[in-house]
Design a protein around this ligand. Structure first.
Ligand code: ATP
Ligand code: MG
Length: 403
């Protein structure tokens, strides 16, 4: 009667007090949607602080997909067995035989780590552990070593069943996507902004994306990268959408309006201002960038201050205090590194002033913007927006607002 399943331990929401119910529903909804992509027949059952995923496809596949869902701390491939100590013991032996095909010829040092959520169960946690341990010793010839086991069998006595498992994989952790609202991520083709997006998803923000290109003066390569990055990040949230907006002409206008050393910051203010307008249309409550303090000249404190004056929305910079090597390591871990490393033609390199101002003010920038006819420019730029979603359709205009 043993049934393979995946046990998922709820992370931070387990301590969320009054909002816990709502957050748990979001978490399970996100899990169901993610898993349906690989197994439409899968079912999710809810227990206290734990979700149980029962599928119809290979367990590995379910485990892989479930470990990408934000909000679970631990992901355990498991066997679900009846609340009968005999059944639990024989299933544990079977589990070990399957997990270690040489179980009978190469004995291991093992331990059983019990947990009892059902306090009325007729055996104590330790009694059950001893019972399972005895059977493993008898049938496989393994030796008990509670201090330094090579293999640790977890036995969890729940209300309706016992769960047995030997592998405990780390989940993404964090808060379920959607629990904190919605944000618009300014997504370049670089390493930083995809990592910034991931970190904000991990704090519960559902993310829409906008990418600015130097078109008509640059080719489509940066858009391909942004699209591939969105696709990769979509594993963590589902339903992602990318808005692509050409700003090549506006960049030229800023240059011919005498931006000079202010060109880069003027472009930053342009994309933030356009991002602000787009975010409002989409119902997003914040902007997200991959800025890291001092990483490049445009990221001095002064320039960041001047940039964020272009929006009244919160401008979130989750990587502000991260070093480049920390960002790269995270990009590798979440799987965006390979796309970011591809060459592209970035709009920011379209017009590079001989030197970049590291100290700027709102007044200086406002002067340039006035000469360039900023408000009309923003409207013009916004009218060029194209929407790419994962159905790979290209549409003109932005997505419908989502609550
Ligand atoms: P990244 O690695 O994300 O490109 P970066 O270190 O290259 O960042 P900048 O080029 O100064 O830094 O850009 C700072 C932030 O501005 C980016 O992290 C991103 O959020 C946003 N940004 C820059 N260029 C674009 C673009 N073409 N489209 C959308 N957002 C952009
Ligand atoms: Mg960049």
């Amino acid at each position: 009667m043993a049934q393979p399943c995946v046990l998922l331990k709820h992370g931070e929401i387990a301590i969320k007090g009054r909002n816990r119910g709502t957050f748990e529903r979001m978490l399970l909804g996100n899990l169901e949607r993610a898993v349906a992509e690989v197994d439409p027949g899968a079912a999710v059952e809810r227990r206290a602080g734990v979700s149980v995923l029962i599928g119809t496809v290979a367990l590995d596949e379910l485990v892989r997909r479930a470990s990408e869902v934000i909000g679970f701390n631990l992901v355990q491939p498991a066997l679900r067995v009846s609340k009968d100590p005999e059944d639990a013991a024989s299933s544990a032996v079977r589990l070990l035989r399957e997990r270690y095909p040489d179980a009978a010829t190469r004995p291991r040092r093992f331990g059983v780590k019990p947990r009892r959520r059902d306090k009325n169960f007729r055996l104590t946690a330790l009694e059950l552990a001893a019972h399972i341990g005895q059977r493993v010793r008898d049938e496989l010839g393994w030796t008990v070593d509670l201090d330094q086991p090579e293999v640790e069998i977890t036995a969890e006595i729940d209300w309706r069943e016992i769960f047995l498992s030997v592998d405990r994989l780390r989940g993404q952790g964090g808060l379920p996507v959607g629990a904190s609202g919605r944000a618009l991520v300014l997504l370049s083709g670089g390493y930083d902004s995809p990592v910034a997006a991931y970190r904000m998803m991990r704090r519960g923000l559902r993310c829409d994306f906008v990418h600015f290109t130097g078109a008509p003066f640059t080719g489509p390569s940066s858009t391909y990268k942004a699209y591939a990055l969105m696709r990769s990040l979509d594993r963590f949230q589902g339903g992602s959408r990318l808005h692509v907006i050409p700003i090549g002409k506006a960049q030229r206008t800023l240059a011919t309006s005498g931006a000079g050393q202010l060109q880069i910051v003027a472009q930053r203010r342009l994309i933030v201002r356009v991002g602000d307008a787009l975010a409002r249309r989409l119902g997003a409550q914040a902007l997200v960038t991959g800025d890291s303090l001092g990483q490049v000249a445009s990221q001095t404190l002064s320039n960041m201050a001047t940039t964020e004056q272009a929006t009244e929305l919160p401008l979130l910079r989750p990587l502000l205090a991260w070093d480049k090597d920390e960002i790269m390591a995270e990009a590798r871990r979440i799987g965006t590194y390979e796309v970011s490393e591809l060459p592209d033609e970035d709009c920011c390199s379209l017009i590079l002033p001989p030197s970049v101002a590291t100290r700027t003010t709102d007044a200086q920038l406002s002067k340039v913007e006035e000469r360039a006819g900023f408000d009309d420019m923003v409207e013009q730029v916004l009218s060029g927006v194209q929407l790419l979603d994962l159905g790979e359709q290209v549409r003109t205009g932005c997505a419908a607002p989502t609550g």
